[in-house]
Design a protein around this ligand. Structure first.
Ligand SMILES: NC(=O)c1ccc[n+]([C@@H]2O[C@H](COP(=O)([O-])OP(=O)(O)OC[C@H]3O[C@@H](n4cnc5c(N)ncnc54)[C@H](OP(=O)(O)O)[C@@H]3O)[C@@H](O)[C@H]2O)c1
Length: 351
């Protein structure tokens, strides 16, 4: 699609850079964008790409920057602060919108704009990274294998580290506590609400409920109204999470959040190339019907940021190619439950 234009906003962030590299590897020349002209210029000169510097403040101004753009791949988070302006600008300019959020509120915001997106003739496809492409495809696959399933649990296991941007986004949401879906409604629960020991096949680990994006998206992808998402964490971290319940009110204060974000920044940007190469992710999906019958499926995929770069780029290309219906979509609604199986290093089994 030589005439299609993809704009990557937040292109000089840790994950944005990986996505730009993946685009170049696939022969796509994206337009770089963000709010820092100096960083953009440096990145644009290095890769001989066009760039546009603009903040995400006034919708009409942002829409003006997108009039010749076919799709925006939005990589500037926490998205709770940026997705509203960018998605409204996309609605105004008739530009497809994709992002790499994992934030429940942002998915719900996008779902609520589905009618507007259809009227504007655009696709709204949030969550095209590790959170939620692999888990969303696996959840839908599990529900297709047990169509009358009433409960869904997803268990996620990383063996790598997080980027500073991901940690900052988690801090931003910590004060809101945990979330699960009960009877179709997103329901608040305490941080570290439930734990379960899980067999990820080659190892076992303790997992804990977390407010992961699938609490929102798996409902749209599977129709299942009761959803819990768990993550494998060290026992010490789970203990701290529970103790953290008492500190939770403190993190409602912006200066406390800013202090924690600065501390996280000092730990470095994110996993380096060798860590990303070594890393691996596993997702276990269990569906259960009213009679208590269960089925479980395990999916193995590459390290989270490597996978994010690949899935985000691929989703954007497919959307520009007209492969997704207009309106709000989840990855599996857009491309099917087997979409994730197209990526190198992904395998799935019934367990
Ligand atoms: N779903 C997934 O699987 C997945 C995977 C990776 C990352 N993420 C999410 O993606 C986001 C970015 O992660 P990262 O690792 O790339 O973080 P990062 O290295 O901190 O980069 C963040 C980028 O966002 C920009 N930005 C932040 N706030 C902005 C605002 N208000 N207006 C304009 N630009 C803004 C930053 O620009 P400045 O430098 O100018 O501030 C920077 O370019 C995080 O929210 C993270 O949780 C999700």
């Amino acid at each position: 699609m030589p005439s299609s234009k993809l704009l990557i906003y937040g292109s000089y962030g840790y994950t944005g850079k990986l996505i730009v590299d993946e685009c170049l590897r696939r022969g796509i020349k994206p337009v770089l964008a963000g709010r820092n002209g100096t960083k953009l210029k440096e990145q644009a000169v290095t890769h001989e790409l066009e760039y546009r510097a603009f903040p995400l403040d006034i919708v009409s101004t942002v829409a003006g920057k997108l009039v010749d753009i076919d799709a925006v791949l939005h990589c500037a988070g926490p998205f709770i602060h940026t997705a509203e302006v960018m998605s409204e600008a996309c609605l105004g300019s008739g530009t497809h919108y994709l992002d790499i959020t994992g934030e429940i509120e942002v998915f719900e915001m996008m779902a609520s704009k589905s009618g507007k997106a259809k009227a504007a003739g655009i696709v709204l496809l949030p969550g095209v990274g590790f959170d939620v492409v692999p888990s969303d495809c696996l959840a839908r696959h599990a529900s297709e294998q047990m169509p009358d399933a009433r409960f869904l649990k997803l268990f996620i296991s990383f063996n790598g580290t997080f980027s500073a941007g991901t940690a900052a986004t988690a801090i931003e949401h910590f004060a809101k506590g945990g979330s699960v879906r009960k009877g179709g409604a997103i329901t608040k629960v305490e941080p570290g609400w439930k734990t379960e020991e899980v067999n990820f096949i080659s190892y076992t680990g303790l997992t804990v409920t977390i407010p992961w994006g699938d609490v929102s998206t798996a409902y749209y992808s599977t129709g299942i109204a009761d959803i819990e998402v768990y993550m494998r964490l060290p026992k010490k971290a789970i203990k701290r999470m529970k103790i953290g319940r008492f500190l939770q009110p403190l993190t409602r204060l912006a200066f406390v959040r800013n202090y924690l974000k600065k501390k996280v920044r000092r730990m470095g940007d994110g996993p380096d190339a060798s860590e990303r190469k070594k890393g691996e992710t596993r997702v276990l999906s269990t569906v259960t019907d009213d009679a208590g019958n269960s089925r479980s499926f395990l999916q193995i995929s590459p390290e989270g940021y490597t996978l994010t770069a690949r899935t985000a780029t691929d989703c954007a290309l497919r959307v520009m190619n007209g492969e997704a219906n207009n309106g709000f979509q989840t990855p599996s609604l857009a491309f099917g439950s087997d979409y994730i199986m197209d990526f190198e290093g992904v395998s799935r089994q019934s367990v």
